[in-house]
Design a protein around this ligand. Sequence first.
Ligand code: ES4
Ligand code: ZN
Length: 319
Amino acid sequence: MPLPKAELHLHIEGTLEPELAFELAARNGVTLPYADTEELREAYRFEDLQSFLNLYYELMAVLRTERDFEDLADAYLARAAAQGVRHAEIFFDPQAHIVRGVAMGTVVEGLWRALDRSQETHGISTRLIMCFLRDESAESAMETLDAAGPYLDRITGVGLDSAEVGHPPVKFREVYEAAAALGLRRVAHAGEEGPPEYITEALDVLGVERIDHGLRCLEDPALVERLVRDRVPLTLCPLSNVRLRAVDVLEQHPLPAMLDAGLLCTVNSDDPAYFGGYAGDNFDAVRQALGLDEEQLRELARNSFVASFLEHDEERRAR
Ligand code: ES4
Ligand code: ZN
């Protein structure tokens, strides 16, 4: 039995497996520039975050209807359940769909159909986190928040993702203020490819409760001290870090040092269809490559619930 765990860093669009991509392409009359699933998998060789994002946005063309988003989420939840995931806080990127003429309502209603029954069908409680694309303008982010108005009962929080370098958190100060005023929880990707200053800025300017990735905090000892003191969760994604070359090989991932430093680390899958594995696969990989012992793995699983947005009694029940 895999360890019960919460998944806190998961882009739903990053769960699109090649087989489902081709199925949806056929259903929607979309032509993909790949002959078959094998040729598509061949394209999964990334140099960095941007080379991954190019393919990630390209494949989204197959997602068009509510049912597509429902099928996507349902397929993810089934795989996650098989790997011990009991709670999932799921990112989605509305701007990447709205720009293609797919409305906010189509995305949220479709995802919600799968999420709403997930406790019964998969034994997984869920939350939705709406991300802003940081390489788009602050105005576009604010329009996206406005467009989410009718769906805020289904959205727990906001996040910030896509190409990091050159797009510091401060660019989104106003939209995060507006999100906070609406009662939304706040997280942001920071310190994946960007510098440690972006982590500090996400905390101080955006008021985030968790840092997604946060790997580069290690370059700033004072920042590490602060993250430890304030118990700021980091949602690490080890297989993603290898595929996008944030670390050379998994054996050199700093997770053990980060745990030893007292950081509140969690292990997550990011874009599992692209990076070689779901939450349980990431746990297995760090156990093998880094020699983590049972107590460290239990600590990581415990941290995932502590760092989640579950209410306290719900959190106990999920464990
Ligand atoms: C992402 Cl790995 C990663 N980093 C930033 N933005 C993203 N969106 C989807 N995956
Ligand atoms: Zn991510």
